[in-house]
Write a protein that binds this ligand. Structure first.
Ligand code: BMA
Length: 433
């Protein structure tokens, strides 16, 4: 059904800011209420934000010719939630304190960073990053994401659009620093339905390796869990419904159950990119339930966009020590990588979960654990200012190794003493139902 427009009453004030590129549109907003709207277009995005009292809706609309009523409706639904959005605690970028963004002194970047990059990998794929790491059968094992540009298309605005082929490679190491990448890819998925598997995380449990990974499909992003004993044969135990990813498994059963952290994408009810960290349990790695909210984006002062699990947790006497990634988005950011624009910054965070009830945050560090500062994190590469931890190893000496994808381009390593990391998690965790 088409709605009639009264474009003469269009208010283009603080209520309606952002980028407009469209054939036709009409919107009337009074205060924070949408009175009438009709949009004709193919692609629409509405990003609600907190602003002045009289206008709590900020809209960015991108539309091209061609009518699409389905999108009209979803756009209206988004606006419907927009005026309720503030109660979820949205923090506009202007209110995020930039002085939070430092890396604590107890965290040391490995002098040989990046520990794995394109030049170290057979075939020299364009990007080598977001690895999962474990210790298995006397070796350090790293499974890493390879994205290789196979074509560069042009977007409508003339900018380059890099098209990637993705697979997961494998490297071994005796010390966790110097890696030998193997010739053969270790894992990839593709079919008529499945586009690619990526961002692997490794957990050793009951003598087996469990790999969690993300799967892009034609019908949404799914989280996969597979077991392997040799990194050649993988037994896929489960794939979530869309949209879910960034799954990480705890290294032991807790109260008789496998436990994972994960990051669903609740777009429909929360507006765009407003994602939190959840957890669930399973008796057998296949059937998952008892889902709980663990950490919400508004619990993290250095995030205003989304958060998600990072590396699988390690056990300490004080609790499960675990990293997460946190994203702040600033619409004023522009080109800072290969893409025409990249508006996000990814930092690594750290928290401590209760040993008996890992859905409860015992303590959290309210500043980043790893902030993009080194050139390979912040100045070079595909998407600058990206820290994406995926592997964490607690050594007998108390040293913790944290592996992370940097700038979506290379794999890097930081180390810290476990007691220093625990001491960082000194702020009380949130209480969620
Ligand atoms: C996330 C995932 C990661 C990636 C990160 C930064 O949403 O796609 O694979 O490293 O964005 O681009």
């Amino acid at each position: 059904m088409k709605r009639r427009l009264d474009t003469s009453r269009l208010v283009k004030t603080g209520a309606l800011r952002g980028a407009y590129r469209m054939s036709f549109f009409g919107v009337h907003i009074q205060g924070n209420r949408l009175l009438r709207a009709r949009l004709i277009g193919e692609r629409v995005s509405a990003a609600p934000t907190q602003s002045k009292k009289s206008a709590s809706v900020r809209i960015a609309i991108f539309a091209r010719s061609g009518e699409n009523d389905r999108l009209n409706r979803s756009w209206l639904q988004w606006l419907g939630v927009a005026h309720r959005f503030n109660r979820y605690g949205y923090i506009p970028m202007s209110q995020i304190d930039e002085s939070l963004f430092t890396t604590p002194a107890c965290v040391t970047r490995c002098p040989s960073n990046p520990v794995l990059a394109s030049k170290d990998v057979p075939g020299e794929p364009s990007l080598v990053f977001n690895a999962g790491v474990c210790k298995y059968q006397g070796k350090y094992v790293m499974v890493y994401r390879c994205d290789d540009v196979f074509r560069v298309d042009k977007r409508e605005d003339g900018s380059d659009w890099h098209r990637f082929k993705t697979w997961i490679g494998i490297a071994y190491s005796d010390d966790g620093i110097k890696w030998e990448a193997q010739e053969k890819p270790c894992f990839s998925l593709s079919s008529d339905e499945i586009l690619r598997a990526y961002d692997p995380r490794l957990t050793v449990i009951d003598g087996k390796v469990v790999m969690c990974f993300a799967v892009d499909t034609k019908h949404g992003v799914r989280g996969g869990i597979a077991t392997t004993e040799d990194f050649e044969k993988f037994d896929i135990k489960t794939m979530t419904v869309p949209d879910n990813r960034n799954m990480v498994l705890f290294p032991e059963k807790i109260n008789g159950m496998y436990v994972r952290l994960e990051r669903p994408f609740p777009v429909y009810s929360r507006g765009k990119d407003r994602f939190d960290l959840w957890g669930s349990q399973s008796p057998d790695l296949r059937y998952w339930g008892d889902h709980k909210l663990v950490l919400a984006v508004e619990d993290v002062p250095f995030a205003n966009d989304k958060i998600g699990p990072a590396a699988p947790p390690v056990k300490t006497d004080a609790g499960w020590l675990t990293t997460f990634h946190a994203v702040d988005r600033d619409e004023s950011r522009g080109k800072n990588g290969w893409e025409p624009q990249w508006k996000k910054r990814y930092t690594g965070g750290i928290m401590l979960l209760d040993l008996e009830n890992p859905m409860k945050v015992k303590g959290i560090c309210k500043t980043p654990l790893i902030n993009p500062e080194a050139p390979y994190e912040s100045d070079e590469g595909f998407r600058q200012d990206v820290i994406f931890p995926g592997g964490m190893i607690l050594e007998d000496s108390g040293e913790v190794k944290i592996y992370y994808g940097a700038a979506d381009t290379v794999e890097a390593l930081v180390t810290a003493d476990v007691n220093d990391l625990i001491a960082l998690c000194s702020e009380p965790g949130p209480v969620h139902e």
